[in-house]
Design a protein around this ligand. Structure first.
Ligand code: COA
Length: 329
């Protein structure tokens, strides 16, 4: 077999909708308060897509920014992988809609569904396509319009989620840069702890599924909480061991942004000080697959990391799924 190439991130971009929904706004919608949300979760505000916006329109905006950052035209893209649990529609894939919006006519397209771990899963796939030489230029887009599947009458979940998109361009790079290792995990026996049960082949859409509010996110928050920190710490140690890197060499941990207390626990278990942890959940809330993509784009844009920086992306989500990606810029 031919020698493998080293795949790396050569451009990133992000997009968030203009509309800001603050904790004070939420106080008028459900029985909650800023103090509870801030202390239990760590979110102050989130973004909400405008009526005309969709997962693909936000994803395309993030993708355009990533392509510009990489200095690459849409015509050069060989493959678009979109990570989302809120596709524009069940099919065609959101990646196909993004292809159309970008005019990336040469690109093959498919979606990946690994809930909040979607960006890490998609990065792992993109790395393999580039490393084997099957595709030269892969565009990974993580985009979510969670506001459309949030039950705005359920205070347990309504305060947690938001809308956003992030994107990364993956190409062959010269070592020591590159994706050094990835680790993916899943436990399908825990699916019902975090799910949207309606609308698929198990519960096709009907008046009953709508009335039973089955087309919204359902979550056993404290059960999810218990597993999330441990699974992320596990992925961190697996990916570091694979790459032969120690945690103190990591410049920035970019964890899934779901809950400040989960992030703090994961960092503590991984023995990483919070100064080395990227946080933006106070601004955007949990945007599922998009959180790590947006955080990576922001951290690069704001020069929190730059060429040579060692970044550790880690996520946990519905499925359950979890995973990590160790990346030198
Ligand atoms: N405002 C005020 N009170 C609220 C509330 C809100 N928005 N949401 C829940 N509460 C109440 C509950 O009703 C409960 O009240 P009770 O004791 O009178 O029944 C109380 O707060 C505690 O609820 P509990 O679920 O035990 O809180 P918690 O400490 O587990 O925090 C989450 C709740 C959702 C913040 C937390 O479990 C969490 O973040 N879980 C993980 C969620 C997540 O990350 N999901 C996505 C992963 S990808």
């Amino acid at each position: 077999m031919a020698e493998l190439l080293t795949a790396g991130v050569v451009g990133t971009g992000m997009y968030v909708p203009e509309k800001v929904l603050t904790n004070a706004d939420l106080e008028k919608m459900v029985d909650t308060n800023d103090e509870w949300i801030t202390s239990r979760v760590g979110i102050k505000e989130r973004r909400i897509a405008a009526p005309g916006e969709t997962t693909s329109s936000m994803g395309a905006a993030a993708a355009r920014a990533a392509l510009a950052d990489a200095g690459i035209t849409a015509a050069e893209v060989d493959l678009i992988i979109t990570a989302t649990i809120t596709p524009d529609m069940p099919w065609p894939s959101t990646a196909c809609f993004i292809q159309r919006a970008l005019g990336a006519t040469r690109a093959a397209c498919f979606d990946v569904e690994a809930a909040c771990t979607g960006f890490v899963y998609a990065l792992s796939l993109a790395r393999n396509y580039v490393a084997t030489g099957m595709y030269r230029t892969v565009l990974v887009v993580a985009a979510e319009t969670l506001s459309r599947i949030t039950d705005w009458e359920d205070r347990n979940t309504a305060v947690l989620f938001g809308d956003a998109a992030g994107a990364a361009v993956i190409k062959a790079v010269a070592p020591p840069a590159g994706i050094l290792a990835t680790h993916l995990g899943a436990d399908g026996s825990k699916g019902e702890l975090l799910e949207m049960p309606g609308g698929g082949s198990r519960h096709p859409t009907s008046h009953e599924t709508v009335e039973a509010r089955m087309h919204f996110i359902r979550m056993k928050g404290n059960e999810v909480f218990k597993h999330a920190a441990r699974a992320m710490a596990h992925s961190n140690s697996e990916v570091l061991a694979k790459a032969g890197i120690t945690i103190d060499q990591v410049d920035l941990l970019i964890p899934h942004q779901a809950n400040m207390r989960i992030i703090e626990a994961a960092a503590r278990l991984s023995k990483l000080p919070m100064e080395k942890v990227y946080l933006n959940l106070m601004h955007y809330g949990n945007t599922s697959a998009a959180t790590t993509a947006v955080a990576l784009a922001e951290a690069r844009r704001d020069k929190r990391v730059g060429p040579g920086s060692l970044c550790l992306l880690v996520a946990f989500g519905g499925g359950f799924t979890w995973g990590a990606c160790l990346l030198r810029l």
